[in-house]
Design a protein around this ligand. Structure first.
Ligand code: DNO
Length: 358
C-alpha cells in the first residue's frame, strides 16, 4: 500500500509539497492539471516539469486524479473519437513520466455535489454537507452558485469554471438519457482506451457518483455494488478498475462498504482508495466527518481490514478533511485534517497487517 495526498500544481493549492513531505508515511501525490480543459492533450513537457517539482520535494507522482473526460465522449457525440484520441495521447505521455494509476469519473456534466461547503460542526470545525431536499429544489441557474458559495475562490475539482457556460444546457441534454443508454457511451470509451491502458501499464479507477443517487435527473451509474459489477463487466481488462471512495458510496446507507472492498479488491480491480467518513442526519442528508470510525457512520477498521485481507496493494489517500485550526484552503483539501486522517489510516493499516502478516 502506498499513501498519497491530493495536490494541485501551478500554484493552485494552499498546501505545499514540503508540507506533504512531512506527513509521516505519505510517499507521493495524486495530482492533475485543472487549468487544462478536459479533452486537451497533456504534453510531456508539462507533465515532466511537474514530476520534477514533485520528485525534488522527495515525493512520487504515480497517481493522477483526474484526467477528465470531455463531455462529448460522455454524450456519445460524433466528435468523441478525436477527444478519445487525445485522451490516449495523454495516457502515453503520463506513462512515459512513470504514472501508474489514473482516477477519473464518468459523472455527466458535473462531478460531486454538496449543498454546503462550510457547515459548522459542534466541535468548532467546518465540514461539507448535503441536504437532499435543498439540492432537489435547485433550479438549473442556481446550481453553480450554490456549489461555489464558500469555495474560498478556489477551483473545485470537477467544477472548473470552463464547464460553467455550458452546464445548464448540458444538464438538459441528459434529461432523456437513461442509465442503460449512458452505459453504451461508457463501453465505447472503455473499449477504446483499455488496450492502451494495458500497453502503457496504467490502472484505471473510476470514481463513484457522489452522492450515489440520481440528482438533477442526470444518469448515475457507479453507485452500488450492482452498478459497479456492471461497470467492471463492460470491459474485462483488469485495468478497468474502481476508485473505492468510501465517503461517496457510504452516503447511501444501503451500501455495505467493507463487503464492496472485499469483493472488488479480491478481484484485483481496486487500484486506488479514497478513505473518509460520513455522518447521516437522515437517510439522504449527511455531512462529512473526521476520518475516525467514532466520528461517522462508517467502520473504517472493517474497511481497511477488508482491503488488507483481500490482498489490496494499491494507493490510498485520505479524502476530504474538515476545516480545522483556522486553516483556509480549497474545501475538503486543507492540510491539517487530511494529515490527521493519513496518520489514523496508517495506524489501522499497521494494526491489521501486524495481526495477520501476509
Ligand atoms: C471530490 C473528488 C472528485 C474526484 C473525481 C475523480 O473531491 O472526490 O472530484 O476527484 O470524481 O474523477
Amino acid at each position: 500500500m502506498k499513501m498519497v495526498l491530493r495536490w494541485w500544481p501551478h500554484g493552485d493549492d494552499t498546501v505545499t509539497l514540503a508540507q506533504i513531505r512531512q506527513i509521516p508515511g505519505v510517499s507521493g501525490v495524486a495530482t492533475m492539471f485543472s487549468d487544462i480543459p478536459a479533452g486537451e492533450i497533456w504534453t510531456k513537457e508539462m507533465i515532466l516539469e511537474t514530476k520534477k517539482e514533485v520528485n525534488e520535494a522527495g515525493l512520487e507522482m504515480e497517481v493522477i486524479e483526474s484526467v477528465n473526460i470531455h463531455e462529448d465522449i460522455k454524450k456519445g457525440l460524433p466528435t468523441k473519437d478525436q477527444y478519445i484520441q487525445n485522451y490516449i495521447d495523454t495516457m502515453k505521455n503520463l506513462h512515459e513520466a512513470g504514472v501508474k494509476c489514473i482516477c477519473y469519473n464518468f459523472m455527466p456534466v458535473m462531478d460531486w455535489f454538496r449543498s454546503q461547503l462550510e457547515m459548522p460542526l459542534s466541535d468548532g470545525s467546518f465540514a461539507m454537507a448535503y441536504d437532499h431536499s435543498y439540492a432537489s429544489g435547485l433550479t438549473l441557474s442556481s446550481i453553480i452558485q450554490s456549489m461555489m458559495d464558500g469555495s474560498n475562490a478556489m477551483t473545485l475539482p470537477g467544477w472548473e469554471p470552463e464547464r460553467f457556460p455550458a452546464m445548464a444546457k448540458d444538464i438538459e441534454f441528459y434529461q432523456n438519457i437513461s442509465a442503460e443508454e449512458y452505459f453504451k457511451n461508457i463501453s465505447y470509451f472503455l473499449d477504446a482506451i483499455m488496450p492502451y491502458a494495458e500497453e502503457y501499464d496504467l490502472d484505471f479507477g473510476v470514481h463513484p457518483d457522489d452522492p450515489p443517487w440520481p440528482l438533477f435527473n442526470l444518469p448515475k451509474v457507479v453507485c452500488s455494488a450492482e452498478s459497479i459489477r456492471t461497470y467492471l463487466g463492460l470491459n474485462s481488462s483488469k485495468r478497468n478498475g474502481l476508485t473505492l471512495c468510501t465517503g461517496s458510496l457510504g452516503a447511501n446507507l444501503e451500501n455495505d462498504i467493507p463487503a464492496m472492498a472485499k469483493e472488488f479488491a479480491s478481484m484485483g480491480r481496486v487500484p486506488f482508495v479514497h478513505l473518509r467518513n460520513v455522518k447521516h442526519t437522515t437517510e439522504k442528508d449527511f455531512h462529512e466527518s473526521a476520518h475516525l470510525s467514532t466520528e461517522g457512520d462508517l467502520d473504517m477498521y472493517a474497511i481497511v481490514k477488508a482491503l488488507y485481507d483481500s490482498g489490496f496493494d494499491g494507493y490510498i489517500r485520505p479524502d476530504h478533511g474538515r476545516r480545522i485550526w483556522g486553516e483556509t484552503s480549497r474545501p475538503g483539501y486543507g492540510l491539517y485534517d487530511r494529515a490527521l486522517g493519513a496518520s489514523y489510516i496508517h495506524g489501522l493499516w499497521e494494526a491489521v497487517s501486524k495481526n495477520n502478516p501476509r
